[in-house]
Design a protein around this ligand. Structure first.
Ligand code: FAD
Length: 287
C-alpha cells in the first residue's frame, strides 16, 4: 500500500528540526524508517508531516566513556553493535543487538528510534530498562532527561511530548564484578522474539551473588524489570530465580505462542541468561 499524503521536512540542524516539529503538533520524526515507513504504508499512522532527521549531523554520534555509552539519535544499530569500544564498556549492547532483525534493518534502524518506537517486543527498551539508562529529549523549549523507568509508558507509547526529539540515549557501563547476558527465542532468526531476557549479575568480594536483575521483552506491555537477588540467594540458585519469574509474569498468548508456553520459555531463558551473566562476572585468572 501507499502512505497517506504528508508534508516532508529535511532539516540540516537540530534547531531547524525542532522548529519544524514545534510548528506542527502532529508531525512525526523519521529516523531509520524501519518501523515508521511500514506503519505509514499500512496506513496505521497518518502524520501530517515527517521531520527527517537524517541530515542532522550533530545527531550522528556514538560516545563511549568510562561511565557508559551515549548513542545519538542517528547511531544505527549496526554501528553500535560493531563498536568494540562500546562492547568493552557495556557488552550487553552487542549481545542484544545481534538479535535485532536482520543486518539490512540494523544498517538503517537506530537505537534511539527503537526506544522512541517503544515496542514491548523490542530488545533495546529492555536493555535500557535493565541498565537504568536514560533518554535525553529536546524541544524548542529546552532539554530534559528521562529515566528508563519513566520512559516506557505503554506499548508504542514513549514519554515524549509532541515537539520533542529523543536526541540521545545513555547506557551505563557494566559495574565491577558484574556480568550481563541476553537470551531470546524467536520462530526464525531475525524475527521479533516470542520472549526474551536481558540479565545482570553482580558478585561480592567473596564471589557470592550480591545482585541479580533481569528485564523482559515480549511478556508485558512495557519492559519488565525484576529484582531476582532474593530468589537467587547468595549462591545463585538460578532455578529458584526462574521459578519466581514464572510466577511473577502474566504474558499474553497470540497466534505465535500461547501464554503458558511464553511463561515456560521465559523461565528457561531466565535461568540461561543468569547463569551466563554470573559466569561473566567472575574475575579473569590473575585478577
Ligand atoms: C523486517 C523487520 C524486522 C524487525 N525486527 C526487529 C526486532 O527483532 N527487534 C527490534 O527491536 N526491532 C525490529 N525491527 C525494528 C527496527 O529495529 C527499527 O529500526 C526500530 O524499531 C525503529 O528505529 P528506526 O530508526 O527505524 O525508527 P523509525 O522507523 O524512523 O521511527 C520509529 C518511531 O519512532 C519515532 N522516532 C524515531 N526516532 C526518533 C527520535 N530520535 N525522536 C523522537 N521520535 C523518534 C518515529 O517518529 C516513529 O514513531 C524490525 C524492523 C523490520 C523492518
Amino acid at each position: 500500500m501507499k502512505p497517506p499524503p504528508f508534508a516532508y521536512h529535511a532539516p540540516r540542524t537540530l534547531g531547524e528540526a525542532l522548529d519544524a516539529l514545534a510548528a506542527d503538533p502532529s508531525a512525526k520524526v523519521l529516523a531509520g524508517g524501519q518501523s515508521l515507513i511500514p506503519l505509514l504504508n499500512m496506513r496505521l499512522a497518518a502524520p501530517s508531516a515527517l521531520v527527517d532527521i537524517n541530515r542532522v549531523a550533530e545527531l550522528d554520534t556514538l560516545r563511549v566513556g568510562a561511565d557508559g555509552v551515549r548513542a545519538g539519535a542517528l547511531a544505527r544499530h549496526a554501528r553500535v553493535e560493531r563498536s568494540d569500544e562500546a562492547a568493552a564498556v557495556q557488552p550487553l549492547l552487542r549481545s542484544a543487538l545481534r538479535h535485532v532483525a536482520h543486518p539490512a534493518v540494523r544498517n538503517r534502524g537506530t537505537v534511539v528510534g527503537s526506544l522512541a518506537h517503544a515496542d514491548p517486543a523490542a530488545e533495546m527498551p529492555a536493555v535500557l530498562a535493565l541498565l537504568g539508562g536514560t533518554v535525553e529529549a529536546a524541544s524548542a523549549a529546552g532539554r530534559r532527561t528521562v529515566a528508563a523507568g519513566a520512559f516506557f509508558r505503554g506499548p508504542m507509547e514513549p514519554a515524549l511530548e509532541p515537539g520533542e526529539i529523543a536526541v540521545s540515549a545513555f547506557f551505563p557501563a557494566v559495574p565491577p564484578r558484574t556480568g550481563t547476558a541476553f537470551a531470546e527465542t524467536a520462530r526464525r532468526h531475525g524475527d521479533y522474539a516470542l520472549a526474551g531476557v536481558a540479565a545482570l549479575v553482580t558478585l561480592d568480594a567473596g564471589l557470592r551473588v550480591a545482585a541479580a536483575r533481569a528485564a523482559y521483552l515480549g511478556v508485558a506491555a512495557t519492559p519488565l524489570v525484576l529484582d531476582l537477588t532474593g530468589p537467587a540467594g547468595p549462591d545463585g540458585d538460578w532455578a529458584a530465580a526462574a521459578a519466581h519469574v514464572r510466577e511473577r509474569i502474566d504474558p499474553e498468548g497470540d497466534v505465535h505462542a500461547g501464554a503458558d508456553y511464553r511463561r515456560h520459555l521465559t523461565g528457561v531463558l531466565t535461568g540461561r541468561a543468569l547463569r551466563t551473566a554470573a559466569a561473566r562476572a567472575l574475575p579473569a585468572a590473575g585478577e
